[in-house]
Write a protein that binds this ligand. Structure first.
Ligand code: COA
Length: 152
């Protein structure tokens, strides 16, 4: 099934339920949504997915947040959003699109590599430094941020 993907306008409410699925820190999210482009994926006009893309350098954008409604996960919508964000970044003339995820986020690491991203680095102890509560998933403590990049 194909979603309709569009940019969220400034007068629309932020879909916080989706944003917090991908990132438990409201404060951190509030900071990076400023001056970011927010894409939403819709099915029958209902928002079911989000992707926040931000310019981090003159030639680089980063996917800061990506989430699909829990009941809609695993159906290919995440992949559609990533492909869309990659195409948009390329059309806008950026040289690189990046994404970061936790060392414990195994399905996400698989997905991003399937979409063409390569691991380029590790931001050691990023999550222990920036998040008050310990995050754990897949039997692992989330400590480090794995940095991935796609050359456009
Ligand atoms: N568990 C295991 N595998 C999963 C999965 C899950 N929860 N979600 C997706 N996959 C796999 C699929 O099997 C698929 O692989 P395949 O094409 O080889 O079959 C691939 O990942 C793509 O799946 P897709 O259906 O496009 O992913 P999605 O629509 O579920 O979106 C996320 C992926 C990560 C955006 C979504 O699962 C999500 O919102 N997760 C919670 C928020 C989050 O973790 N965001 C990212 C923070 S870095």
């Amino acid at each position: 099934m194909k979603m309709n993907i569009r940019t969220l306008t400034n007068d629309e409410k932020l879909p916080w339920d989706l944003l917090l699925l991908a990132d438990p820190s409201r404060l951190i999210v509030q900071e990076y949504v400023k001056n970011a482009v927010i894409y939403v994926g819709e099915l029958e006009r209902k928002i079911i997915a989000i992707c926040v893309v931000k310019e981090t350098a003159k030639t680089i954008v980063e996917i800061m947040n990506i989430a699909v409604n829990e009941s809609m996960q695993g159906k290919g919508f995440g992949k559609q959003l990533i492909h869309f964000a990659v195409q948009e970044a390329s059309k806008r003339g950026y040289a690189q699109i990046e994404i970061g995820t936790g060392n414990s986020s195994i399905p996400q690491l698989r997905l991003y590599q399937q979409c063409g991203f390569r691991i380029v680095g590790v931001d050691f102890d990023y999550f222990t430094r920036h998040y008050d509560e310990e995050i754990s998933e897949n039997g692992l403590i989330c400590r480090d941020m794995i940095r991935l990049s796609y050359e456009l």
